[in-house]
Design a protein around this ligand. Structure first.
Ligand code: HEM
Length: 565
């Protein structure tokens, strides 16, 4: 294929062939962006871009970037498309792309007006893996079709779900039970949420964009700095209390106040990680580094890397690191299949330890989360020392500042307090455990917004706003409790517009509720206690499925044994 001008129109088939050749191309506002050269420099990492390859990334990009970053993207334009773009399944999600056949390439090279080249069809890309439609009544415009005994998506879709055999006499009974369950979940979502018909999803997108404009005009992106002034006062008070109790030898109480301080600090680190305070990438990142690394010993870079991917592929068992917690938790029966994580680039083995723990996960939920912070230290070090942090591009120096922050933290906390200021081993243990456990409600708050929500994959035809609202819930709480939830109670709103400063989310929530009513998307909100109940119920349910799975495996193994003897 010869090279073209930056305004040339590309056909879908050409784009497909370029991606088949390994190019990193996505659509932004009708333009094709070729991001290969930018990939190693991208502050948001390579994974976030890879999940957009072959897709219209306009809403994801708008949600996650500053105006300057979007300006920068213009220099990566390679051409444009005409009409509505139908998303491919990105290669990272298992999408298969066909190269140009020799006769196609010569035809395209000789063609003056590329737009006249034969338009590719939805089926042009090889289906990476079939998924399903409701057997009886597919929703209007559903991209799902029946093919033989299988239900498939007529346009390329996620590889996340393997084929379902509807035949009850399937060779692998252990798969058919869970595949039927996957199908049920998909059907349930298809019945509860608006149709995936392009015109319906386009309407949702138009209204979502109009709401963003309104939010901007109402000044809700402007940070109310006085709110941070009040928060700083509470940080100082909590730190002072911790040090006073430490001075008088009340190590557990001292640890508890330090834990409370960490709990509060994380909310501001979250704002900074989303560039939601000053909206300047470097300033906000430095604020995040000071809070997370210097004060808390956690890497903000690690957190941003995984959290940003979470914002793009929310609640996808194979792709969202925020729900990948084997062997301790499984929030979907699909984890029993030892899925491959595209984030960690490894198989999440559903091994003996997982098989032992998962049936009891609802009992262990709070206990395991109480110790969650220790795991975060490990992940932070892996990120900073294991080559995951960007070494090129605008964010190259953040890692170095983070390493200084880590040295600072382990000096004041590890050496200064735990080792020097506390004379006994029991005192040290009490202080460390109290501080870590006291900050752990945070882990509950983080998981609460997603663990109870759908993990079903409705394919590439679902719009960004619908997907965010289908996989995320809010927590209802009175205004005076806002300090405890730290903005995480507005997760659904936050997932739609991640850069809105946290203190403006309550006002934005009303607008989002109106939007949901208008477009017919259910807006999920529970009280804190009820939300916890729903999460525990979901975990207990998956635990029960794990028991069934173990039983199936036992029966299969026994019958194999009997057959052998
Ligand atoms: C050539 C294409 C791209 C360019 C030039 C670009 C540029 C940038 C820049 C300059 C930033 C720093 C923050 C800012 O100023 O807003 C950033 C952050 C980010 N980008 Fe991109 N980007 C591109 C494509 C994408 C795509 C397709 C995605 C996926 C939706 C993505 C996801 C992110 C994320 C999640 C961040 C946040 C990183 C952080 O806060 O540390 N980017 N990008």
């Amino acid at each position: 294929m010869g090279s073209k001008s930056k305004d040339a129109v590309y056909t879908r088939r050409e784009v497909e062939a370029l991606i088949a050749d390994g190019r990193t191309i996505f659509v932004l506002d009708g333009y094709l962006i070729k991001a290969d050269a930018w990939l190693p420099y991208h502050p948001g990492g390579d994974k976030s871009i890879k999940h957009m390859v072959g897709r219209d990334a306009t809403d994801e990009v708008n949600a996650l970037h500053s105006t300057e970053a979007k300006e920068r993207m213009k220099s990566y334009r390679m051409g444009r498309i005409e009409g509505r773009w139908t998303n491919f399944v990105p290669p990272i999600q298992g999408g298969k792309f066909r190269k140009l056949f020799p006769e196609e390439s010569s035809e395209l090279d000789n063609t003056v007006d590329i737009s006249e080249a034969e338009e590719s069809t939805l089926e042009s890309s090889e289906e990476p893996s079939p998924i399903f439609e409701p057997v009886e009544a597919p929703p209007t415009g559903s991209p799902y079709q029946r093919k033989g005994t299988k239900l498939i998506q007529s346009q390329p879709s996620s590889a996340s779900i393997s084929s379902i055999d509807l035949d009850d006499t399937a060779v692998e009974p252990k798969l058919s039970h869970f595949d039927a369950r996957t199908l049920e979940e998909i059907e349930l979502d298809l019945s509860k949420y608006p149709s995936l018909a392009p015109e319906v999803q386009d309407d949702i997108v138009q209204k979502y964009r109009a709401l963003e404009k309104r939010i901007r005009e109402e000044g809700l992106y402007q940070c109310p700095y006085y709110a941070y002034y009040l928060e700083c006062c509470s940080y100082v008070a909590l730190f002072a209390l911790s040090m006073i109790f430490l001075r008088y030898g009340w190590y557990t109480t001292s640890g508890i106040f330090l834990g409370f301080l960490w709990h509060q600090l994380v909310f501001t680190a979250h704002d900074a990680g989303h560039i939601g305070i000053t909206h300047n990438f470097h300033v906000d990142t430095v604020i995040g580094i000071i809070i997370a690394d210097f004060c808390g010993g956690l890497s903000i870079g690690w957190w941003k890397r995984s959290h940003n991917v979470h914002h793009i592929v929310t609640n996808s068992p194979e792709h969202d690191p925020d729900i990948e917690h084997l062997p301790f938790f499984a929030i979907s029966h699909r984890f029993f299949k030892s899925l491959r994580s595209s984030y960690y680039d490894r198989v999440m083995a559903y091994d003996g330890f997982a098989r032992f723990l998962i049936p009891y996960q609802h009992f262990l939920y709070y206990i395991i989360l109480a110790f969650g912070r220790f795991n975060l230290y490990r992940l932070s070090f892996e990120y900073l020392l294991g080559g995951q942090a960007p070494r090129k591009g605008p964010a190259w120096w953040h890692r170095w500042l983070e390493l200084v922050g880590q040295a600072f933290f382990w000096t004041w906390f590890g050496y200064g307090i735990v080792y020097k200021a506390i004379p006994t081993t029991s005192g040290r243990l009490a202080f460390v455990l109290a501080s870590h456990i006291a900050s752990s409600p945070l882990h509950v708050q983080i998981t609460l917004s997603h663990f109870a929500m759908s993990t079903a994959d409705l394919g590439q035809g679902e719009s960004f706003p619908q997907k965010m609202l289908r996989t995320t819930m809010d927590v209802d709480c009175p205004r005076w409790l806002d300090f405890f939830h730290g903005g995480l109670q507005f997760q659904a709103v936050h997932h739609l517009y991640p850069r809105i400063p946290r203190h403006n989310l309550r006002r934005t929530q009303n607008l989002v509720i109106d939007f949901c009513k208008d477009v017919g998307i259910p807006y999920a909100i529970y009280g804190f206690a009820r939300g916890n109940g729903v999460v525990l119920g979901r975990m207990a349910d998956i635990g029960r499925q794990a028991k069934i799975f173990a039983e199936c495996q036992r029966v299969v193994a026994t019958s194999e044994d009997l057959g052998m003897h």
